[in-house]
Design a protein around this ligand. Structure first.
Ligand code: NAD
Ligand code: 6OD
Length: 496
């Protein structure tokens, strides 16, 4: 799989990205610009689906359920998913090129995480679906002949998949793959900020022979646009959404009238806990990654780092030195950290940098915007930032910022560390650093989060449960959990 070079063109340069509906690529009269976060240049324009076009997509998806797709075997669907994975790998360079242009993320991140994980999602769910068992219960009856109960799994129907911009391809395919393998049809809406890898996926679906109407793609915004039209559509049976918690609330309201199944992966304000007995080098490297990966734009990123007091000053000094040394730049410049997704998002993150100062915090590094003296000054770059000294009820400690920033604070006991980490309305992920594995397990078990790593961060086995508690989500995806969400389980009881 060859990574692209700066000389490779953006796959959609100078074009208007179409929607895919019932196997037909459709360009709409209304479109919006897709802008590079690296230099503010327009990459392409994007068709915006209105409510009527979203309705066409949903009707195409419903019709496809009644067609040959509805009669496919699980084995046939798995074979198709594997073909999709192969085509993604064959077009790896284009996918990477599209993803780094839309997001500004580093070439390394796109080549090692985003695009390989997109292909892996299709393979993993093909494997998982084939290995899935059904429950079966034998029961006694008064006549002594008994009965047999067994479960069969059927598709839920038309599924809406709504994805955010931070890991656009990884998160879209994370839901599309299990939805399809379970026999559903999909109407997908990527973020308005990152439409290109979804557009490539639409092409790949056709190349792999996915029947018309099985995978539909609509582009557009959320409120009063394609997103809202999709989640409020009466013929959509289920919604798999990843994004902000506030958007989750809005989608819940839109979906309420037609009582849809919901799977929500939402925001976080994740804690990392570093105990004095940790392998401090591993904890430093891991925390640098957990705070600054993807410019801090991963829902799992640590925005609160609590460090046991005996190693606090040493750890913080070294973390700040490493944060200052991070190389900021465009995707092809071998940077450690790229830009934020947009100027608008940078304004939000900068407002938190200002707030941190006004709330009494001390900025140990960063706090502003880098200056390059070239086109990158028109991009959305921002400095990695460390803050200390905030009160635990400061807004910067309580609210998700979603940028390359964390607050560092000391703790004095295991109980206090657990209490501080759990004192949040979110509950997505945590990271615990200690060489005492009994403590590692005990503290991880006490975290009110859907996921907790001990001595690592963002290490993923796709069979495991993924999701959040509190404001961080509803339900779990991953492995059997995704297969469960995207299936209707029917019990059949046979009297013998
Ligand atoms: P967002 O909620 O603004 O947008 C996500 C998607 O929802 C976009 O496609 C958007 O167009 C659509 N949308 C917005 N309003 C809508 C509405 N009313 N109806 C239907 N669709 C609507 O999120 P974002 O800014 O793209 O992503 C960043 C957020 O996502 C952060 O909060 C981050 O923590 C969260 N996130 C969570 C996870 C997770 O697994 N828990 C993963 C990635 C990102
Ligand atoms: O790894 C995954 O499956 C996943 N859903 C990651 C989410 C990352 C959030 O930004």
């Amino acid at each position: 799989m060859r990574p692209p070079t700066a000389a490779d063109p953006y796959p959609f340069a100078g074009t208007q990205l179409p929607c895919l509906i019932g196997g037909e690529f459709i360009r709409t009269a209304s479109s919006f610009p897709n802008v590079s976060p690296v230099d503010g240049e327009q990459l392409c324009t994007v068709s915006e689906a209105d409510a009527a076009l979203v309705d066409r997509a949903v009707q195409a998806a419903r019709a496809a359920l009644r067609g040959p797709w509805g009669r496919t075997t699980l084995q046939e669907r798995c074979a198709l998913l594997r073909k999709v994975a192969e085509r993604i790998e064959q077009r790896f360079s284009e996918f990477v090129r599209a993803e780094i242009a839309d997001t500004g993320k580093t070439l390394k991140e796109a080549c090692t995480l985003d695009i390989p994980r997109g292909a892996a999602n299709f393979r993993a769910y093909a494997d998982l679906a084939l290995a899935r068992a059904s429950e079966c219960f034998e029961m006694g009856t008064p006549d002594g002949r008994g009965a047999l109960n067994y479960a069969v799994h059927k598709p839920v129907g038309v599924v809406a998949v709504i994805a955010p911009w931070n890991l656009p391809f990884l998160l879209l395919t994370w839901k599309v793959a299990p939805a399809l393998v379970c026999g559903n049809t999909v109407v997908a809406k990527p973020s308005e900020e990152t439409p290109a890898t979804a557009a490539l996926l639409a092409q790949v679906m056709q190349e792999a022979g996915v029947p018309p109407g099985v995978f539909n793609l609509v582009h557009g915004f959320g409120p009063a646009s394609a997103g809202e039209a999709l989640v409020s559509h009466a013929d959509v049976n289920a919604i798999a959404f990843t994004g902000e918690s506030a958007t989750g609330s809005a989608i819940m309201r839109s979906a309420a009238d037609s009582v849809k199944a919901l799977s929500f992966e939402l925001g976080g304000k994740n804690a990392a806990l570093v105990f004095a007995d940790a392998d401090l080098e591993a904890a430093l490297a891991g925390t640098l990654r957990s705070v600054f990966s993807n410019c801090g734009q991963v829902c799992l990123c640590s925005e609160r780092v609590y460090i046991e007091r005996p190693v606090f000053e040493r750890f913080v000094t070294e973390l700040a030195a490493r944060a200052r040394a991070l190389k900021i730049g465009g995707p092809f410049e071998s940077p450690d950290i790229g830009p934020l997704i947009s100027r608008a998002h940078r304004e939000k993150v900068l407002s938190y940098y200002r707030l941190a100062r006004s709330e009494g915090g001390e900025l140990l590094c960063g706090g502003g915007v880098p200056s390059f003296g070239d086109a990158r000054d028109r991009g959305a770059f921002i400095e990695p930032t460390l803050v200390r000294g905030l009160a635990e009820d400061a807004r910067c400690v309580k609210e998700e910022i979603f940028g390359p920033v964390c607050h560092v604070a000391p703790f004095d006991s295991e109980e206090q560390a657990v209490q501080l980490a759990n004192d949040t309305r979110y509950g997505l992920a945590a990271a615990v650093w200690t060489q005492n594995l009994s403590r590692g397990h005990r503290v991880a078990r006490a975290m009110q989060t859907g996921i907790c790593w001990v001595n690592d961060w963002f290490l993923r086995d796709l069979r495991t449960a993924f999701g959040g508690v509190k404001l961080s989500g509803i339900g779990r995806e991953g492995g059997a959990h995704s297969l469960g969400f995207f299936s209707e389980t029917q019990n059949i009881c046979v009297k013998l």
